[in-house]
Write a protein that binds this ligand. Structure first.
Ligand SMILES: Cc1cc2nc3c(=O)[nH]c(=O)nc-3n(C[C@H](O)[C@H](O)[C@H](O)COP(=O)(O)O)c2cc1C
Length: 437
């Protein structure tokens, strides 16, 4: 059996699945249930400084994007940090940590960008027995307007400064949570490293407006006819998060800096991809909010079964394995050639591959062959772009096949399918037929 035990900057958990700082980790009731379901750790919903807690909107705070099957693809929120009193959160954290000593409990913190504020809260958090802290430099809404969250995360000098304070005033490991609302994610990661951070976590949510109500002309979610940008997360943001994780993992200046991967993790596969791109563990929010805490069971068994099937014994065997294969465009092998191939037994003859190729790409897929509706790839026209694979509604119906070296047309340098070598005059070519008529 694969060993899923995780050691992230010295913080141990039985598996690499942590709940990200958000509503699922806002109170002891939730976190107790999460640990019972099997989560390896939690990052407690972000704590603010002592004093009157923040006040959230009392109307809808979420908007969403769905797939055609109503599966939730992207979630947008305008929620602030915790709206519960600091002392209540601290007491609950202490109790939960005592009840679950083998699970990771991290305190997410966001206080004003002043040394005294950080100096004041760190001992209070340390006293709970929390295993570490996560600095929330990410929230793109509500808090950033108050000079916190993304307002700090977008200025590398501020990141470095706050991380330095935290390293100075606490012995707990410091995880710096980065905002994706920035042009080059390597800059804040480098700044965090300069400040002495133990790790970075990413991504927090992406600034977004998910939709506009066309009756009221209000952005959604609408609070009495008005809306504001929110933070986007869920499966839709995973590609952005993966790229940012990879950028940090392969940057010589931050190479080796531990990364906690966040953004759209819904299945064990998503988690494995984050790990392969250099994450030491993963954090999950939207998937838990959509499907409940028990999804962690599938994540654990799925990851474990896959590791067993591949002979990977521990997380170290997979962490960062894909990083050397991420490269800049100029280093891609232009002599590698792949062509689309359509499985005629699976083809439902919908014609989407043909129309996509015909209208927008390389005119490389037939619609008629010998007077019969048939979709075939003309290899000498196909540039292997993969669009047909992506628009085909039938999984595995169209696949990309790498051509063996040596089947190139010497004259054009392009691979040749002898069947279509003279396509311009070929009888299956509707243009050629038209010209002949
Ligand atoms: C409703 C909601 C509230 C959130 N609150 C916080 C927060 O207080 N602190 C924080 O660092 N991140 C917060 N997040 C961001 C998540 O921790 C996470 O970074 C983001 O949702 C991406 O992960 P996901 O795609 O798995 O949801 C919140 C997200 C949601 C949906």
């Amino acid at each position: 059996m694969a060993d899923l035990r995780n050691n992230f900057v010295g913080i141990k958990s039985p598996n690499p699945f942590w709940l990200a700082s958000a509503p699922p980790t806002d109170k002891a009731y939730n976190v107790e249930r999460a640990f019972k379901a099997g989560w390896g750790g939690v990052v407690w919903k972000t704590l603010g400084e002592e004093g009157p807690p923040v006040v959230n909107v009392n109307g809808p705070r979420y908007g969403a994007i769905w797939g055609a099957d109503r599966r939730l693809l992207g979630l947008n929120n305008i929620e602030l940090i915790t709206d519960r009193p600091l002392q209540v959160n601290l007491q609950e954290m202490k109790q939960v940590k005592m009840n679950w000593p083998d699970r990771a409990l991290i305190a997410s913190i966001m206080v004003p960008c002043e040394e005294e504020s950080w100096k004041a809260i760190l001992p209070l958090v340390e006293e709970t027995g929390a295993d570490g802290i996560e600095l929330n430099f990410g929230c793109p809404h509500g808090m950033s307007e108050r000079g916190m969250g993304a307002a700090v995360g977008q200025v590398p000098e501020y990141i470095e400064m706050v991380v330095r304070w935290c390293k100075q005033y606490t012995r707990m490991p410091v995880i710096t949570k980065l905002t994706p609302n920035i042009t080059d994610i390597r800059q804040p990661a480098r700044a965090a490293k300069r400040g002495g951070t133990d790790a970075v976590s990413l991504i927090n949510t992406i600034s977004s407006i998910v939709s506009v109500d066309l009756d009221s002309f209000s952005p959604v979610p609408s609070i009495n006819g008005r809306g504001s940008h929110g933070g986007y997360c869920g499966p839709a943001v995973k590609p952005i998060a993966l790229n940012m994780v990879a950028e940090i993992a392969r940057d010589p200046e931050t190479h080796g800096l531990p990364i906690s991967g966040i953004g759209g993790v819904t299945t064990w596969r998503d988690a494995a991809e984050f790990l392969a791109l250099g994450s030491g563990n993963v954090q999950v929010c939207t998937a838990a909010m959509t499907y409940g805490f028990k999804i962690v069971e599938d994540m654990i068994t799925g990851l474990s079964d896959w590791m067993d099937s591949k002979g990977h014994q521990s997380l170290d065997d997979i962490c960062g394995r894909a990083v050397p294969n991420v490269t800049d465009w100029q280093y891609l092998n232009l002599n590698y050639i792949a062509k689309a191939k359509i499985d005629q037994d699976l083809c439902i003859k919908c014609g989407r591959c043909h129309i996509a190729c015909e209208d927008t790409s390389h005119q490389a897929i037939t619609s008629m062959v010998d007077g019969v509706r048939k979709f075939e790839v003309m290899e000498d026209e196909c540039v292997g772009c993969n669009l047909c694979v992506n628009v085909c509604p039938v999984e595995n119906c169209i696949s990309m096949e790498a051509l063996a070296a040596g089947v190139l047309d010497e004259r054009t340098g392009k691979p040749v399918d002898p069947q279509y070598a003279n396509w311009t005059t070929h009888p299956n070519n509707p243009m050629a037929r038209q010209a002949a008529e």
